[in-house]
Design a protein around this ligand. Structure first.
Ligand code: 0A1
Ligand code: ZN
Length: 885
């Protein structure tokens, strides 16, 4: 919390340009914990020495919300005047070159609702130290460029906390008498403080000895609460797959003898890569077919992979400062994306994962980059670093890493990675160091590529084409622009293919290019504001397929005709652009219909048969992967449509999209029914990509059929809801029912009763209701009064509140502004409990300036209501200040 109390006073901004190396480096840290929920005593012994690269000789430690009991330097107790504490900084001026500090502090874990530092969840102790949580445990130079070796002694009541875990290896354990016991852990690797972790809990584990490719055996454990051991298989399998994949794709081996995953029900994010002791939100560990959907399974695989891959990209090589966050996050997201794609194996499966990534970018990252929180992948400043764990740093960061691979090839990328580890293992480095490794390993000049790190916003690439039938040349003229007038051109890889009239992929000869003979895709490198690329020997006017595989995170403008889009939708060999053609066809219609609804014209809405026929043909094309068909048949979301409009009218968008869904549901009824039946997955549930794809397509068919339910379709949904053998099908049927407008209360109640002891399923129960267009703010308030609801648990708060504001736009933007007032009230309430969660919730209002004046005024009033609070956290203050600026 801020200590001063004036509303909207500007909090301290930290700038990247102000970075200075630490004055002291830490060699070893010995931590002793006497764990008590009401009063935990932490003894911390640090050996430090002057950093030859430092600029002064003051020791600066961070500490927050902890009580200092005693501070000793080189054996002598320091008195009040010998050090100073100001805000979060403890300074010892003019310290000697070699220092041993002994620090005793006290904290109160049971009162820590922020879930940062040491806290209690369901009676157990956990820690979360990234980004700046370690300072809530003890005084320390809590910055990622201070790397040290840690030894940790844990002491706690044995009956209440039988399991005592920390990073690295267990070197000693035993009883202390009077019911307490201890465990001593030693981490052989140097690490920054944000990777420290401890767990003291009553837990059980699934464990396995796993043999690495080198022949070395390692112990793998997945720790959960008693009663959840039937839900750990998939996490364990994903961990083993991750270990194997990193060995094979990047030659990176697990460097510890023991690797632990621990699940906790109260957690701010997805999971955390603490060295050897990954702590996970239960959502990304626990799964069995009864409680978890296909999407949950995919999430577990991705997050287990992500945290495991951090062991090299993040832990062995870490960030010099928090501005470099994307160095580890963008790279590790890219690695987990590649892992998930490789696990599916097929090209079409790979394409499906790629399309999902593009959807996330458009749904979340492009809006962020066009809104008040827009920042470069490597930000230049921040108030609260926790606000910068964003889709820009993570997902756009991953796109930036992917572009290296597109530019230098898969082998070249591997060479760059090898050089990166050769140069920087054990160091805290910058995004520039990574770029230099990629450039040097491949003999490439990647200086201009730096702008992807320093310039915010989504570049717009415009394409024009011309065909010269006599010379048989086809030119593609690419130009780039950004919304920021002072930005310089980016280095943009644009993958391109050309389709002949019969739909076949034309072999490409690019003027001045070095592509292989017969290649049908080439990567054009757009580095200037405008460039012309000439293809030779083209016998007919082709249809260009531009930005294949979404080769750069840009907005592509090209004046496609409907016929060209239909041609691409039918024939493009690049699945991402095939899908994209369908999205463009749908978007053009959605925007037109939305405009018609907004203008309140009396004319009935209409959807052309050309579009419907194309959808029908794709739906029934058995040669295509069901997962691909499902993606190609989903209309752009209301959020993505909103991004295309200058003035957003959420109600018109909703009406138009619903009209289109209803029309597809009725016009394609026979085919939807046939595909519903053809894509059943009888037998034992398996989360594999093919089965999951069939379920996705089948359930999309069901949802279209239920827009206007009749006796047949209703009974299909009811039957599926009652008989489904897995959560994917049960959840989908229930969602279809509650969206259909029929009374589904009995099914909702049954769902609740069947799963009342499964917290993650109850989250789904809240979430599906929050995202139903019939759920207004009054209904949300009623759900909040349900005994199972609490604001204190982030998963629960997200399931109801975030889903309402982010996934139910027609109710969030209710004309009377009542939902905005609800938002303000709960930003404030959440902030008093958990600023990180509150600040994320606060961002639901980011795009307020784009709405029609009447809504805008009400949104502004709600923002101002929050701003007027005197006790806002820096987290929320930063978000609100930027929104109003
Ligand atoms: N490094 C983790 C994400 C994470 C970040 C912050 C946290 O607490 C504030 C927790 C987790 C990851 O990328 O998975
Ligand atoms: Zn990460």
């Amino acid at each position: 919390m801020r200590t001063d109390s004036s509303p909207l006073s500007s909090p301290l901004t930290i700038y990247r340009k102000d970075y200075t190396p630490p004055a002291f480096l830490v060699d070893t840290v010995e931590l002793g914990f006497d764990l008590d929920p009401h009063r935990t005593i932490v003894a911390n012994r640090i050996t430090m020495q002057r950093n030859p690269d430092g600029t002064n000789c003051d020791i600066v430690l961070h500490g927050e919300e902890i009580e200092l009991v005693q501070l000793r330097m080189n054996g002598k107790v320091l008195q009040a005047g010998e050090y100073s504490i100001e805000g979060v900084l403890l300074t010892i001026k003019n310290a000697p070159d070699q220092v041993v500090l002994e620090i005793e502090t006290v904290c109160v874990p049971v009162e820590n609702t922020t879930l940062s530092g040491l806290y209690v969840s369901n009676g157990n102790f956990f820690t979360q130290c990234e980004a700046e949580g370690f300072r809530r445990i003890t005084y320390f130079p809590d910055r990622p460029d201070v790397m040290a070796k840690y030894t940790v002694m844990l002491r706690a009541d044995k009956a209440t906390y039988p399991v005592l875990l920390s990073n690295g290896n267990l070197i000693e354990e035993g009883d202390l008498g009077d019911g307490r016991h201890y465990a001593k852990w030693e981490d052989p690797f140097k690490k920054p403080s944000y990777l420290f972790a401890l767990v003291a809990a009553k837990l059980v584990c699934q464990e396995e000895t796993y043999t690495l490719n080198s022949g070395r055996d390692v112990l793998l454990q997945v720790w959960v609460e008693d009663g959840n051991l039937d839900k750990t298989d998939y996490a364990m399998q994903s961990l083993k797959n991750s270990i194997r994949w990193d060995e094979e794709r990047f030659g990176l081996e697990l460097d510890l003898d023991r690797f632990m995953i621990v699940a906790v029900g109260d957690f701010n994010m997805g999971a955390m890569e603490n060295k050897g002791l990954n702590i996970f939100n239960t959502k990304f560990v626990l799964a069995n077919p009864r409680v978890a959907t296909d999407i949950d399974y995919a999430g577990i695989e991705a997050v287990v992979g992500h945290e495991y891959f951090h062991n090299w990209t993040g832990n062995r090589v870490t960030c010099r400062d928090w501005f470099q966050l994307s160095l580890k996050e963008g790279l590790t997201v890219f690695r987990d994306q590649e892992f998930s794609a490789d696990m599916i194996g097929s090209d079409s499966g790979r394409a499906v994962t790629r399309i999902d990534q593009v959807r996330t970018l458009r749904q979340a990252q492009f809006p962020e980059d066009a809104g008040p929180m827009s920042h470069p992948v490597r930000p230049d400043s921040f108030v609260e670093i926790n606000n910068f764990y964003t889709v820009t740093v993570y997902e756009k960061g991953a796109e930036v890493v992917r572009m290296y691979q597109t530019l230098v090839g898969r082998d070249g990328f591997r060479k760059g990675m090898d050089l990166y580890f050769e140069r920087h293992d054990g160091q805290a480095v910058t995004c520039d160091d990574f770029r230099a490794a990629m450039a040097d390993a491949n003999g490439r000049d990647l200086r201009q590529f730096e702008r992807w790190y320093s310039q915010a916003g989504t570049p717009v690439v415009t394409a024009r084409t011309r065909y010269d039938a006599v010379k048989r040349n086809f030119d593609i003229i690419l130009s780039q622009r950004s919304n920021h007038p002072d930005q310089l051109p980016f280095h943009i890889p644009v993958a391109v293919g050309l389709l002949g009239e019969d739909g076949r992929a034309l072999p490409l000869t690019l003027d001045g290019g070095t592509q292989e003979q017969g290649a049908t895709t080439v990567v054009l490198e757009l580095t200037e504001q405008e460039q012309i690329f000439r293809f030779r020997n083209i016998d007919e006017r082709p249809t260009p397929s531009i930005l294949r595989d979404f080769s750069a995170p840009v907005i592509l403008e090209y004046d496609y005709t409907d016929d060209e889009l239909l041609h691409l939708f039918r024939h493009d060999s690049d699945p991402v652009n095939r899908w994209e053609a369908g999205q463009r066809l749908a978007m053009a219609r959605l925007l037109k219909l939305t405009a018609q609804v907004a203008a309140k014209q009396d004319k009935p809405l209409k959807l052309d048969t050309t579009f419907l026929d194309a959808q029908r043909a794709l739906l029934i094309d058995d040669t295509l992967d069901p997962a691909f068909r499902e993606l190609a048949l989903i209309l752009p979301s209301e959020g993505i449509i909103a991004e295309q409009m200058d003035v957003v009218d959420p109600h018109a968008i909703h009406t138009a999209r619903q009209f289109m869904r209803r029309t597809i549901g009725t016009e394609l009824r026979a085919e939807l029914l046939a595909q519903y039946h053809a894509n059943q997955t009888p037998g034992e549930y398996s989360p594999d990509a093919l089965s999951a794809g069939k379920r996705a397509l089948k359930n999309l068919c069901l949802s279209y059929l239920l827009v206007t339910p009749d006796a047949v379709t209703l009974s299909l949904a009811q039957h599926q809801c009652e008989q489904a053998g897995n959560m994917t099908d049960r959840f989908a049927a229930l969602v279809a029912l509650i969206h259909s407008g029929v009374d589904a209360s009995a099914y909702l109640q049954r769902f609740y009763d069947d799963f009342s002891s499964e917290a993650l399923v109850i989250d789904k129960w809240f979430a599906m209701q929050a995202a139903t267009p019939a759920t207004d703010v009054a209904a949300v308030r009623k759900l909040m009064a349900h005994p199972a609801f609490t604001l204190k648990n982030p998963n629960r708060a997200r399931s109801l509140l975030f889903n309402f504001t982010n996934a139910n736009p027609s109710q969030f933007h209710a004309a009377d502004g009542s939902a905005y007032a609800f938002w303000a009230e709960h930003v404030i309430k959440l902030d008093a409990i958990n600023p990180q969660v509150a600040a994320r919730f606060a961002r639901s209002m980011d795009r307020w300036r784009r709405y029609a004046p009447a809504l805008q005024a009400k949104m502004k009033a709600a923002l101002e209501q929050v701003a007027a609070q005197t006790k806002l956290s820096n987290d929320v203050l930063e978000v609100i200040t930027k929104a109003l600026a």
